[in-house]
Design a protein around this ligand. Structure first.
Ligand code: AMP
Length: 197
């Protein structure tokens, strides 16, 4: 194995991030870190955090940075993640979270931030079809709205730092995976992670 690969995958909810993350895990040996999955696990275990986050998730809101930043920082500091690298899915969602992530990574910065680009009408159709309990029409609309308002600036923030690569998320799973892998491979070949980026 070479150096651990550190990626963030972005995209509207419903863009297929979860599926493509599994492909990135297989290809690069990274650990998939989904903050949404972590919160759903807390909820299933009926912890205090799970109950608190669950209400916000149902309303389509964002769980506070004061909660999310420590959760993500803790996970990326665990030995399996340090050794194998990661693909972060669902984090960061705000500029404060992005700054918290950079701060935590220090000398081991990100290689790339991928925006898996799927148009708004297509993700709305996909989310309505998946039938998750937190996927009410109101929650879907609220999350997509929040994505534009709060998360779009995070994409711009990464773009300004030269880390953003946009991948077309339309097409079959295999087609999208091929595009992703070729984008990540060329970044790993040409632009090894630079401390301080
Ligand atoms: P996801 O599975 O990534 O779509 O996340 C499901 C829900 O969990 C989101 O709609 C938010 O309510 C919450 N959540 C997950 N990750 C974050 C985060 N980084 N910041 C704030 N809320 C989050």
């Amino acid at each position: 194995m070479g150096q651990p690969t550190r990626l963030v995958i972005f995209g509207r909810q419903g863009a297929g991030k979860g599926t493509q993350c599994q492909r990135l895990v297989e290809r690069y040996g990274v650990v998939h870190i989904s903050t949404g999955d972590m919160l759903r696990a807390e909820r299933a275990a009926d912890t205090e955090l799970g109950r608190k986050a669950g209400e916000i998730m149902d309303a389509g809101g964002l769980v506070g940075d004061d909660i999310m930043i420590p959760i993500a920082r803790h996970r990326i500091s665990e030995p399996d993640v340090v050794a194998s690298g990661f693909v972060l899915d669902g984090f960061p969602r705000t500029v404060d979270q992005a700054e918290g992530l950079f701060d935590a990574l220090g000398e081991d910065p990100l290689h790339a931030v991928i925006d898996l680009d799927v148009p708004l009408d297509e993700v709305t159709t996909r989310m309505k079809a998946r039938g998750r309990t937190d996927d009410t029409d109101e929650a879907i609309a609220q999350r997509l709205d929040l994505y534009e308002q709060e998360t779009r600036p995070v994409l711009d923030w990464f773009d300004e730092r030269g880390l953003l690569v946009t991948v077309d998320g339309l097409g079959t799973e295999v087609e999208v995976t091929e595009r992703l892998v070729s984008a990540v491979d060329s970044i790993l070949d040409e632009h090894p992670a630079q401390p301080g980026l």
